[in-house]
Design a binder for this molecule. Structure first.
Ligand code: NAP
Length: 501
Protein backbone atom coordinates (compact mmCIF):
# COMPACT_ATOMS: atom_id res chain seq x y z
CA UNK A 1 0.00 0.00 0.00
CA UNK A 2 1.18 3.52 -0.81
CA UNK A 3 2.11 5.57 2.21
CA UNK A 4 -1.18 7.35 2.93
CA UNK A 5 -1.04 11.11 2.48
CA UNK A 6 -3.52 11.74 5.33
CA UNK A 7 -4.45 15.10 3.98
CA UNK A 8 -7.27 17.27 5.23
CA UNK A 9 -8.59 19.53 2.50
CA UNK A 10 -10.56 22.58 3.67
CA UNK A 11 -13.39 23.51 1.35
CA UNK A 12 -13.72 27.24 0.81
CA UNK A 13 -17.39 27.89 0.11
CA UNK A 14 -17.60 31.64 0.70
CA UNK A 15 -19.84 33.88 -1.40
CA UNK A 16 -17.30 36.69 -1.86
CA UNK A 17 -13.63 37.00 -2.75
CA UNK A 18 -12.93 38.90 0.48
CA UNK A 19 -14.58 36.23 2.63
CA UNK A 20 -12.76 33.50 0.70
CA UNK A 21 -9.42 35.22 1.37
CA UNK A 22 -10.21 35.30 5.09
CA UNK A 23 -11.28 31.66 5.03
CA UNK A 24 -8.03 30.64 3.30
CA UNK A 25 -6.09 32.25 6.16
CA UNK A 26 -8.23 30.41 8.69
CA UNK A 27 -7.61 27.11 6.88
CA UNK A 28 -3.89 27.31 7.57
CA UNK A 29 -4.42 26.30 11.18
CA UNK A 30 -6.60 23.27 10.52
CA UNK A 31 -5.96 21.87 7.04
CA UNK A 32 -3.15 20.72 4.74
CA UNK A 33 -4.76 21.73 1.47
CA UNK A 34 -7.51 24.01 0.23
CA UNK A 35 -10.26 23.41 -2.26
CA UNK A 36 -11.30 26.78 -3.60
CA UNK A 37 -14.90 26.41 -4.73
CA UNK A 38 -15.05 29.21 -7.28
CA UNK A 39 -18.67 28.38 -8.17
CA UNK A 40 -19.72 29.68 -4.71
CA UNK A 41 -18.33 33.16 -5.45
CA UNK A 42 -21.04 35.70 -6.25
CA UNK A 43 -18.79 38.72 -6.81
CA UNK A 44 -16.29 37.04 -9.10
CA UNK A 45 -16.33 37.94 -12.79
CA UNK A 46 -15.70 34.62 -14.50
CA UNK A 47 -14.90 36.46 -17.73
CA UNK A 48 -11.93 38.09 -15.98
CA UNK A 49 -10.09 35.08 -14.57
CA UNK A 50 -7.03 37.22 -13.83
CA UNK A 51 -9.00 38.25 -10.70
CA UNK A 52 -7.84 34.90 -9.35
CA UNK A 53 -4.66 36.66 -8.37
CA UNK A 54 -6.47 37.98 -5.30
CA UNK A 55 -7.01 34.41 -4.16
CA UNK A 56 -3.96 32.58 -5.43
CA UNK A 57 -0.99 34.93 -5.49
CA UNK A 58 -0.17 34.51 -1.81
CA UNK A 59 -1.71 31.14 -1.17
CA UNK A 60 -0.47 29.76 2.16
CA UNK A 61 -1.39 26.13 1.35
CA UNK A 62 -1.57 24.01 -1.79
CA UNK A 63 -4.80 24.71 -3.68
CA UNK A 64 -7.29 22.74 -5.72
CA UNK A 65 -9.29 25.10 -7.91
CA UNK A 66 -12.80 23.83 -8.46
CA UNK A 67 -15.62 25.40 -10.37
CA UNK A 68 -18.21 22.69 -10.13
CA UNK A 69 -20.76 22.11 -12.87
CA UNK A 70 -24.36 22.53 -11.70
CA UNK A 71 -25.34 18.95 -12.52
CA UNK A 72 -22.65 17.70 -10.10
CA UNK A 73 -23.35 20.07 -7.21
CA UNK A 74 -22.17 23.44 -8.58
CA UNK A 75 -23.75 26.62 -7.30
CA UNK A 76 -24.07 28.55 -10.56
CA UNK A 77 -24.18 27.84 -14.27
CA UNK A 78 -21.00 28.93 -16.06
CA UNK A 79 -20.36 28.27 -19.74
CA UNK A 80 -17.95 25.39 -20.36
CA UNK A 81 -15.46 27.43 -22.34
CA UNK A 82 -15.41 30.03 -19.55
CA UNK A 83 -14.84 27.38 -16.91
CA UNK A 84 -11.91 25.92 -18.83
CA UNK A 85 -10.35 29.39 -19.16
CA UNK A 86 -10.75 29.90 -15.41
CA UNK A 87 -9.09 26.54 -14.70
CA UNK A 88 -6.21 27.29 -17.06
CA UNK A 89 -5.67 30.66 -15.39
CA UNK A 90 -5.83 29.07 -11.92
CA UNK A 91 -3.09 26.61 -12.88
CA UNK A 92 -1.05 29.40 -14.43
CA UNK A 93 -1.30 31.35 -11.18
CA UNK A 94 -0.05 28.48 -9.08
CA UNK A 95 -3.08 26.38 -8.14
CA UNK A 96 -1.68 22.90 -7.66
CA UNK A 97 -4.65 21.12 -9.20
CA UNK A 98 -7.95 21.89 -10.80
CA UNK A 99 -10.91 19.57 -10.47
CA UNK A 100 -13.11 18.97 -13.50
CA UNK A 101 -15.97 16.51 -13.80
CA UNK A 102 -15.38 13.58 -16.16
CA UNK A 103 -18.79 14.25 -17.72
CA UNK A 104 -17.60 17.72 -18.75
CA UNK A 105 -14.08 16.80 -19.70
CA UNK A 106 -14.09 17.25 -23.48
CA UNK A 107 -11.31 17.62 -26.04
CA UNK A 108 -11.25 21.36 -25.55
CA UNK A 109 -10.57 20.94 -21.83
CA UNK A 110 -7.99 18.24 -22.52
CA UNK A 111 -6.10 20.55 -24.86
CA UNK A 112 -6.01 23.41 -22.34
CA UNK A 113 -5.26 21.67 -19.06
CA UNK A 114 -2.10 19.85 -18.01
CA UNK A 115 -3.17 16.31 -17.00
CA UNK A 116 -0.43 16.12 -14.36
CA UNK A 117 -2.33 18.83 -12.47
CA UNK A 118 -5.83 17.54 -13.03
CA UNK A 119 -8.35 15.91 -10.75
CA UNK A 120 -11.05 14.27 -12.85
CA UNK A 121 -14.15 13.61 -10.81
CA UNK A 122 -17.50 11.84 -10.64
CA UNK A 123 -20.28 12.80 -8.21
CA UNK A 124 -23.55 11.09 -7.53
CA UNK A 125 -25.77 12.80 -4.95
CA UNK A 126 -28.61 10.31 -5.18
CA UNK A 127 -27.05 6.88 -4.67
CA UNK A 128 -24.03 4.62 -4.71
CA UNK A 129 -24.51 3.07 -8.15
CA UNK A 130 -24.29 -0.71 -8.41
CA UNK A 131 -21.87 -0.37 -11.34
CA UNK A 132 -19.31 1.68 -9.41
CA UNK A 133 -16.47 -0.41 -10.80
CA UNK A 134 -17.50 0.37 -14.37
CA UNK A 135 -17.73 4.06 -13.44
CA UNK A 136 -14.24 3.87 -11.95
CA UNK A 137 -12.96 2.20 -15.12
CA UNK A 138 -14.45 4.87 -17.37
CA UNK A 139 -13.20 7.62 -15.07
CA UNK A 140 -9.66 6.37 -14.86
CA UNK A 141 -9.40 6.19 -18.64
CA UNK A 142 -9.20 9.99 -18.51
CA UNK A 143 -5.60 11.09 -18.06
CA UNK A 144 -5.26 12.85 -14.72
CA UNK A 145 -3.00 13.03 -11.69
CA UNK A 146 -5.87 12.13 -9.39
CA UNK A 147 -9.32 10.66 -9.89
CA UNK A 148 -12.19 11.36 -7.56
CA UNK A 149 -15.41 9.48 -6.89
CA UNK A 150 -18.00 10.86 -4.44
CA UNK A 151 -21.30 9.01 -4.10
CA UNK A 152 -24.23 9.18 -1.76
CA UNK A 153 -24.32 6.45 0.89
CA UNK A 154 -27.95 5.46 1.34
CA UNK A 155 -26.83 2.82 3.82
CA UNK A 156 -23.58 2.23 5.68
CA UNK A 157 -22.96 -0.83 3.51
CA UNK A 158 -22.44 1.55 0.56
CA UNK A 159 -19.19 2.55 2.27
CA UNK A 160 -17.86 -0.93 1.51
CA UNK A 161 -17.96 -0.24 -2.23
CA UNK A 162 -15.98 2.95 -1.65
CA UNK A 163 -13.34 1.18 0.43
CA UNK A 164 -13.09 -1.51 -2.28
CA UNK A 165 -12.38 1.19 -4.85
CA UNK A 166 -9.58 2.55 -2.68
CA UNK A 167 -8.06 -0.95 -2.46
CA UNK A 168 -8.35 -1.35 -6.21
CA UNK A 169 -6.77 2.03 -6.95
CA UNK A 170 -3.95 1.17 -4.58
CA UNK A 171 -3.35 -2.17 -6.32
CA UNK A 172 -3.34 -0.39 -9.69
CA UNK A 173 -0.99 2.33 -8.47
CA UNK A 174 -3.54 5.10 -9.02
CA UNK A 175 -4.19 8.11 -6.85
CA UNK A 176 -7.85 8.24 -5.90
CA UNK A 177 -10.12 10.32 -3.71
CA UNK A 178 -13.14 8.22 -2.76
CA UNK A 179 -15.95 9.34 -0.49
CA UNK A 180 -19.38 8.14 0.53
CA UNK A 181 -21.44 11.19 1.39
CA UNK A 182 -24.17 11.49 4.09
CA UNK A 183 -24.17 10.26 7.68
CA UNK A 184 -24.01 6.63 6.52
CA UNK A 185 -20.70 7.36 4.80
CA UNK A 186 -18.97 9.16 7.66
CA UNK A 187 -16.51 6.32 8.14
CA UNK A 188 -15.15 6.85 4.62
CA UNK A 189 -14.43 10.48 5.42
CA UNK A 190 -12.56 9.51 8.59
CA UNK A 191 -10.78 6.32 7.50
CA UNK A 192 -10.38 7.20 3.81
CA UNK A 193 -6.92 8.78 4.06
CA UNK A 194 -5.50 5.91 6.14
CA UNK A 195 -6.87 3.52 3.51
CA UNK A 196 -5.30 5.29 0.57
CA UNK A 197 -7.63 8.18 -0.30
CA UNK A 198 -5.52 11.14 -1.41
CA UNK A 199 -7.45 13.42 0.93
CA UNK A 200 -10.58 13.93 2.96
CA UNK A 201 -12.61 17.13 2.74
CA UNK A 202 -13.64 19.21 5.75
CA UNK A 203 -15.53 22.44 6.24
CA UNK A 204 -14.14 25.39 8.15
CA UNK A 205 -17.31 25.76 10.23
CA UNK A 206 -20.73 24.20 10.59
CA UNK A 207 -22.97 25.49 7.82
CA UNK A 208 -20.07 25.88 5.38
CA UNK A 209 -20.05 22.32 4.07
CA UNK A 210 -19.83 21.67 0.34
CA UNK A 211 -21.36 18.19 0.53
CA UNK A 212 -23.64 16.20 2.85
CA UNK A 213 -21.92 14.50 5.76
CA UNK A 214 -18.84 16.69 5.60
CA UNK A 215 -17.31 17.25 9.04
CA UNK A 216 -15.30 20.24 10.12
CA UNK A 217 -11.54 20.20 9.55
CA UNK A 218 -11.16 20.67 13.27
CA UNK A 219 -13.13 17.50 14.03
CA UNK A 220 -11.12 15.56 11.45
CA UNK A 221 -7.83 16.82 12.85
CA UNK A 222 -8.43 16.98 16.61
CA UNK A 223 -11.28 14.58 17.33
CA UNK A 224 -10.61 11.83 14.79
CA UNK A 225 -6.87 12.56 14.49
CA UNK A 226 -6.76 11.79 10.77
CA UNK A 227 -3.01 12.33 10.70
CA UNK A 228 -2.40 9.57 13.26
CA UNK A 229 -4.64 6.89 11.75
CA UNK A 230 -2.93 3.94 10.09
CA UNK A 231 -4.06 0.53 8.84
CA UNK A 232 -3.02 -0.73 12.29
CA UNK A 233 -5.36 1.63 14.15
CA UNK A 234 -7.85 -0.30 16.26
CA UNK A 235 -11.38 0.61 15.33
CA UNK A 236 -14.27 1.14 17.74
CA UNK A 237 -17.44 3.16 17.33
CA UNK A 238 -21.13 3.40 17.95
CA UNK A 239 -23.90 1.76 15.97
CA UNK A 240 -27.29 3.48 16.07
CA UNK A 241 -29.73 5.42 13.97
CA UNK A 242 -29.19 8.32 14.05
CA UNK A 243 -25.67 8.59 15.49
CA UNK A 244 -24.20 11.89 14.40
CA UNK A 245 -25.56 13.61 17.56
CA UNK A 246 -23.83 11.11 19.86
CA UNK A 247 -21.47 12.42 22.52
CA UNK A 248 -19.59 9.13 22.68
CA UNK A 249 -17.00 9.95 19.97
CA UNK A 250 -15.99 12.98 22.03
CA UNK A 251 -15.39 10.94 25.16
CA UNK A 252 -13.68 7.93 23.66
CA UNK A 253 -11.48 9.71 21.15
CA UNK A 254 -10.25 12.14 23.81
CA UNK A 255 -9.53 9.22 26.11
CA UNK A 256 -7.57 7.35 23.40
CA UNK A 257 -5.55 10.48 22.75
CA UNK A 258 -4.88 11.01 26.44
CA UNK A 259 -3.41 7.51 26.81
CA UNK A 260 -1.60 7.63 23.47
CA UNK A 261 -3.53 4.61 22.15
CA UNK A 262 -3.70 3.90 18.42
CA UNK A 263 -7.50 3.60 18.55
CA UNK A 264 -10.30 5.59 16.99
CA UNK A 265 -14.03 5.73 17.75
CA UNK A 266 -16.37 6.28 14.80
CA UNK A 267 -20.06 6.96 14.23
CA UNK A 268 -21.67 4.02 12.40
CA UNK A 269 -25.15 4.92 11.11
CA UNK A 270 -26.59 1.43 10.95
CA UNK A 271 -30.07 0.50 9.69
CA UNK A 272 -29.78 -3.27 9.76
CA UNK A 273 -27.72 -4.58 12.65
CA UNK A 274 -27.56 -8.11 11.23
CA UNK A 275 -26.09 -6.88 7.95
CA UNK A 276 -23.62 -4.73 9.85
CA UNK A 277 -22.45 -7.67 11.97
CA UNK A 278 -22.10 -9.86 8.89
CA UNK A 279 -20.45 -7.41 6.50
CA UNK A 280 -18.37 -5.26 8.86
CA UNK A 281 -17.81 -7.21 12.06
CA UNK A 282 -17.65 -11.01 11.95
CA UNK A 283 -14.13 -11.91 10.77
CA UNK A 284 -15.31 -14.89 8.69
CA UNK A 285 -17.82 -12.90 6.64
CA UNK A 286 -16.86 -9.26 6.81
CA UNK A 287 -16.02 -7.39 3.64
CA UNK A 288 -13.53 -4.97 5.08
CA UNK A 289 -10.07 -5.74 6.33
CA UNK A 290 -9.69 -3.67 9.49
CA UNK A 291 -8.72 -4.04 13.11
CA UNK A 292 -12.18 -3.77 14.64
CA UNK A 293 -12.06 -4.06 18.43
CA UNK A 294 -15.74 -3.53 19.24
CA UNK A 295 -18.50 -0.98 19.36
CA UNK A 296 -21.17 0.71 21.44
CA UNK A 297 -24.79 -0.05 20.66
CA UNK A 298 -27.52 2.52 20.96
CA UNK A 299 -31.13 3.04 19.94
CA UNK A 300 -32.68 1.17 18.13
CA UNK A 301 -30.26 -1.79 18.21
CA UNK A 302 -29.73 -2.63 21.90
CA UNK A 303 -32.03 -5.64 21.79
CA UNK A 304 -31.92 -6.28 18.05
CA UNK A 305 -28.18 -7.03 18.20
CA UNK A 306 -28.63 -10.01 20.56
CA UNK A 307 -29.19 -12.77 17.93
CA UNK A 308 -25.97 -11.82 16.16
CA UNK A 309 -23.69 -12.31 19.17
CA UNK A 310 -21.86 -15.46 20.26
CA UNK A 311 -22.09 -14.70 23.95
CA UNK A 312 -23.53 -12.14 26.34
CA UNK A 313 -22.46 -11.44 29.89
CA UNK A 314 -24.78 -12.06 32.83
CA UNK A 315 -25.85 -8.41 33.19
CA UNK A 316 -26.73 -8.04 29.50
CA UNK A 317 -28.64 -11.33 29.61
CA UNK A 318 -30.69 -10.29 32.62
CA UNK A 319 -31.39 -6.81 31.31
CA UNK A 320 -32.11 -8.21 27.86
CA UNK A 321 -30.10 -5.51 26.12
CA UNK A 322 -26.52 -4.97 25.00
CA UNK A 323 -24.82 -1.58 24.78
CA UNK A 324 -21.27 -2.82 24.16
CA UNK A 325 -19.82 -5.43 21.84
CA UNK A 326 -16.25 -6.68 22.07
CA UNK A 327 -14.69 -8.68 19.27
CA UNK A 328 -12.50 -11.39 20.78
CA UNK A 329 -10.86 -13.27 17.91
CA UNK A 330 -13.77 -14.69 15.95
CA UNK A 331 -16.32 -14.15 18.73
CA UNK A 332 -18.71 -11.27 19.30
CA UNK A 333 -19.34 -10.76 22.99
CA UNK A 334 -22.12 -8.51 24.29
CA UNK A 335 -22.03 -6.53 27.52
CA UNK A 336 -24.30 -4.03 29.19
CA UNK A 337 -22.45 -1.21 30.91
CA UNK A 338 -25.60 0.92 31.34
CA UNK A 339 -26.49 -0.66 34.68
CA UNK A 340 -23.00 -0.04 36.03
CA UNK A 341 -23.08 3.47 34.56
CA UNK A 342 -26.48 4.25 36.04
CA UNK A 343 -25.49 3.02 39.49
CA UNK A 344 -22.01 4.52 39.69
CA UNK A 345 -23.17 8.03 40.72
CA UNK A 346 -25.52 6.59 43.34
CA UNK A 347 -22.90 4.14 44.66
CA UNK A 348 -20.58 7.10 45.14
CA UNK A 349 -23.14 8.87 47.36
CA UNK A 350 -25.30 6.40 49.23
CA UNK A 351 -25.62 2.80 50.37
CA UNK A 352 -28.50 1.53 48.29
CA UNK A 353 -29.31 -1.51 50.42
CA UNK A 354 -32.93 -1.09 51.60
CA UNK A 355 -33.00 2.44 50.12
CA UNK A 356 -36.51 3.44 49.03
CA UNK A 357 -36.23 4.23 45.32
CA UNK A 358 -38.81 5.44 42.82
CA UNK A 359 -38.03 4.81 39.16
CA UNK A 360 -40.09 6.79 36.68
CA UNK A 361 -40.50 5.25 33.22
CA UNK A 362 -40.45 1.68 31.96
CA UNK A 363 -38.26 1.81 28.86
CA UNK A 364 -34.74 0.61 28.09
CA UNK A 365 -32.92 2.83 30.57
CA UNK A 366 -35.42 1.93 33.31
CA UNK A 367 -34.53 -1.76 32.84
CA UNK A 368 -30.86 -1.06 33.48
CA UNK A 369 -31.68 1.14 36.48
CA UNK A 370 -34.12 -1.31 38.05
CA UNK A 371 -31.68 -4.17 37.52
CA UNK A 372 -28.85 -2.20 39.15
CA UNK A 373 -30.99 -1.13 42.11
CA UNK A 374 -32.23 -4.68 42.73
CA UNK A 375 -28.70 -6.04 42.54
CA UNK A 376 -27.82 -3.65 45.37
CA UNK A 377 -30.81 -4.62 47.48
CA UNK A 378 -32.79 -1.38 47.09
CA UNK A 379 -36.58 -1.28 47.56
CA UNK A 380 -37.90 -0.18 44.19
CA UNK A 381 -41.26 1.09 43.00
CA UNK A 382 -41.83 1.69 39.32
CA UNK A 383 -44.02 4.60 38.19
CA UNK A 384 -44.97 4.68 34.51
CA UNK A 385 -47.70 5.93 32.25
CA UNK A 386 -48.25 2.60 30.53
CA UNK A 387 -49.56 0.23 33.24
CA UNK A 388 -49.10 -2.92 31.17
CA UNK A 389 -45.47 -2.11 30.34
CA UNK A 390 -44.77 -1.13 33.94
CA UNK A 391 -46.39 -4.29 35.30
CA UNK A 392 -44.33 -6.51 32.99
CA UNK A 393 -41.06 -4.86 34.01
CA UNK A 394 -42.03 -4.90 37.68
CA UNK A 395 -42.83 -8.62 37.51
CA UNK A 396 -39.55 -9.42 35.78
CA UNK A 397 -37.45 -7.74 38.44
CA UNK A 398 -39.80 -8.35 41.34
CA UNK A 399 -40.44 -4.70 42.24
CA UNK A 400 -43.59 -2.75 43.15
CA UNK A 401 -45.51 -0.71 40.62
CA UNK A 402 -47.79 2.29 40.77
CA UNK A 403 -49.35 4.88 38.50
CA UNK A 404 -47.40 7.95 37.44
CA UNK A 405 -49.80 10.19 39.37
CA UNK A 406 -48.98 8.36 42.61
CA UNK A 407 -45.38 9.60 42.68
CA UNK A 408 -46.19 12.62 44.86
CA UNK A 409 -47.56 10.41 47.63
CA UNK A 410 -44.71 7.86 47.49
CA UNK A 411 -42.29 7.52 50.43
CA UNK A 412 -39.24 7.27 48.13
CA UNK A 413 -36.05 8.95 49.34
CA UNK A 414 -34.47 8.66 45.87
CA UNK A 415 -36.38 9.48 42.70
CA UNK A 416 -34.89 8.56 39.33
CA UNK A 417 -36.27 9.89 36.07
CA UNK A 418 -35.69 7.54 33.14
CA UNK A 419 -38.17 9.22 30.79
CA UNK A 420 -37.17 11.83 28.20
CA UNK A 421 -39.50 14.38 29.84
CA UNK A 422 -37.50 17.59 30.33
CA UNK A 423 -34.95 16.83 27.63
CA UNK A 424 -33.75 19.46 25.18
CA UNK A 425 -36.28 19.70 22.34
CA UNK A 426 -38.57 17.24 24.15
CA UNK A 427 -40.89 18.70 26.76
CA UNK A 428 -38.00 20.87 27.92
CA UNK A 429 -38.92 22.81 31.06
CA UNK A 430 -41.44 20.23 32.25
CA UNK A 431 -41.09 17.55 34.91
CA UNK A 432 -42.72 14.22 35.72
CA UNK A 433 -42.68 15.13 39.43
CA UNK A 434 -44.73 18.04 40.85
CA UNK A 435 -42.47 20.61 42.54
CA UNK A 436 -44.15 20.26 45.92
CA UNK A 437 -43.48 16.52 45.95
CA UNK A 438 -39.74 17.01 46.51
CA UNK A 439 -39.91 18.15 50.11
CA UNK A 440 -38.06 15.81 52.47
CA UNK A 441 -36.47 13.56 49.84
CA UNK A 442 -32.74 12.85 49.59
CA UNK A 443 -31.68 12.42 45.98
CA UNK A 444 -33.04 13.43 42.59
CA UNK A 445 -31.38 11.63 39.69
CA UNK A 446 -32.26 12.49 36.12
CA UNK A 447 -30.75 10.33 33.36
CA UNK A 448 -31.11 13.23 30.93
CA UNK A 449 -27.79 14.97 30.23
CA UNK A 450 -29.00 17.75 27.97
CA UNK A 451 -29.79 20.18 29.54
CA UNK A 452 -27.52 19.62 32.51
CA UNK A 453 -30.18 20.82 34.91
CA UNK A 454 -33.68 19.77 33.94
CA UNK A 455 -36.78 21.14 35.59
CA UNK A 456 -36.91 17.86 37.57
CA UNK A 457 -33.47 18.58 39.04
CA UNK A 458 -34.02 22.32 39.53
CA UNK A 459 -37.19 21.72 41.53
CA UNK A 460 -35.48 19.08 43.66
CA UNK A 461 -32.44 21.27 44.27
CA UNK A 462 -34.67 24.11 45.43
CA UNK A 463 -36.20 21.71 47.97
CA UNK A 464 -32.76 20.82 49.31
CA UNK A 465 -32.24 17.48 47.57
CA UNK A 466 -28.90 16.23 46.24
CA UNK A 467 -29.15 16.25 42.45
CA UNK A 468 -27.40 14.09 39.85
CA UNK A 469 -27.67 14.60 36.11
CA UNK A 470 -27.20 12.12 33.28
CA UNK A 471 -23.62 13.16 32.51
CA UNK A 472 -22.33 10.96 35.31
CA UNK A 473 -24.03 7.89 33.90
CA UNK A 474 -22.92 8.73 30.38
CA UNK A 475 -19.30 8.96 31.48
CA UNK A 476 -19.42 5.91 33.76
CA UNK A 477 -20.96 3.60 31.14
CA UNK A 478 -18.44 4.82 28.56
CA UNK A 479 -15.54 4.39 30.96
CA UNK A 480 -16.46 0.74 31.43
CA UNK A 481 -16.67 0.28 27.65
CA UNK A 482 -13.24 1.85 27.27
CA UNK A 483 -11.86 -0.66 29.75
CA UNK A 484 -13.47 -3.57 27.89
CA UNK A 485 -11.92 -2.57 24.56
CA UNK A 486 -8.50 -1.42 25.69
CA UNK A 487 -7.86 -3.24 28.96
CA UNK A 488 -6.68 0.10 30.32
CA UNK A 489 -7.94 2.27 33.16
CA UNK A 490 -10.05 4.99 31.53
CA UNK A 491 -9.08 8.64 32.07
CA UNK A 492 -12.51 9.46 33.49
CA UNK A 493 -11.89 13.15 34.09
CA UNK A 494 -10.70 13.63 30.51
CA UNK A 495 -13.86 11.91 29.27
CA UNK A 496 -16.04 14.13 31.41
CA UNK A 497 -14.18 17.27 30.33
CA UNK A 498 -14.65 16.29 26.67
CA UNK A 499 -18.41 16.48 27.20
CA UNK A 500 -18.22 19.87 28.87
CA UNK A 501 -16.42 21.32 25.86
P1 NAP B 1 -37.23 4.49 25.98
O1 NAP B 1 -36.87 3.06 25.95
O2 NAP B 1 -37.97 5.08 24.84
O3 NAP B 1 -38.12 4.70 27.31
C1 NAP B 1 -38.68 5.92 27.66
C2 NAP B 1 -39.68 5.74 28.77
O4 NAP B 1 -40.18 7.04 29.09
C3 NAP B 1 -40.87 4.89 28.40
O5 NAP B 1 -41.32 4.18 29.52
C4 NAP B 1 -41.91 5.93 28.00
O6 NAP B 1 -43.23 5.54 28.19
C5 NAP B 1 -41.60 7.01 29.02
N1 NAP B 1 -42.11 8.30 28.60
C6 NAP B 1 -41.83 8.95 27.43
N2 NAP B 1 -42.48 10.13 27.40
C7 NAP B 1 -43.19 10.20 28.55
C8 NAP B 1 -44.06 11.18 29.11
N3 NAP B 1 -44.35 12.30 28.44
N4 NAP B 1 -44.60 10.94 30.30
C9 NAP B 1 -44.34 9.81 30.97
N5 NAP B 1 -43.51 8.85 30.52
C10 NAP B 1 -42.95 9.05 29.32
O7 NAP B 1 -35.97 5.42 26.18
P2 NAP B 1 -34.65 5.08 27.05
O8 NAP B 1 -33.60 4.52 26.20
O9 NAP B 1 -35.08 4.34 28.25
O10 NAP B 1 -34.15 6.56 27.43
C11 NAP B 1 -34.92 7.35 28.30
C12 NAP B 1 -34.14 8.59 28.73
O11 NAP B 1 -32.95 8.24 29.41
C13 NAP B 1 -33.71 9.49 27.58
O12 NAP B 1 -33.90 10.81 27.96
C14 NAP B 1 -32.26 9.19 27.43
O13 NAP B 1 -31.54 10.32 26.94
C15 NAP B 1 -31.86 8.91 28.85
N6 NAP B 1 -30.68 8.04 28.90
C16 NAP B 1 -29.55 8.55 29.44
C17 NAP B 1 -28.43 7.78 29.51
C18 NAP B 1 -27.18 8.34 30.11
O14 NAP B 1 -26.11 7.76 29.92
N7 NAP B 1 -27.26 9.41 30.84
C19 NAP B 1 -28.44 6.45 29.03
C20 NAP B 1 -29.64 5.95 28.50
C21 NAP B 1 -30.75 6.76 28.44
P3 NAP B 1 -44.00 4.69 27.04
O15 NAP B 1 -43.39 3.35 27.08
O16 NAP B 1 -45.41 4.75 27.50
O17 NAP B 1 -43.76 5.42 25.76
Amino acid sequence: MKSPAKTICAVITEPSVAAARAAIKHAVGVADLIELRLDYLRDFDFNRPEQLGALLDEKPLPVIATCRAVDEGGQQAIAEAVRVRVFAEALRRGANYCDIEAAHFDEHAAAQLDPSRLIVSYHNFSETPADLNAIYERLTRRPAAIHKIAVRACDITDSLAVFRLLDRADAEGRTLIAIAMQEAGLLTRILGPSRGSFLTYGSLAHGHESAPGQMTCEALRDLYRIHCLTPETQITGIIGQPVSHSASPLMHNRAFRELGLNFVYLPFAVNDVGEFCKRFVRPATREIDWRLRGFSVTIPHKTAVLPFLDETDETARRIGAVNTVVLEGERLIGYNTDAHGAMAPLDARIDLREARCAVIGAGGAARAVVFGLRERGARVTLFARDPAKAAALAREFNVAVDSLEAIAASDAEIIINTTPVGMLNHDEGTSVVPRAAWAGRKIAYDLIYNPRETRFLADARQQGCVTINGVEMLVAQAARQFELWTGRQPPVEVMRAALEK
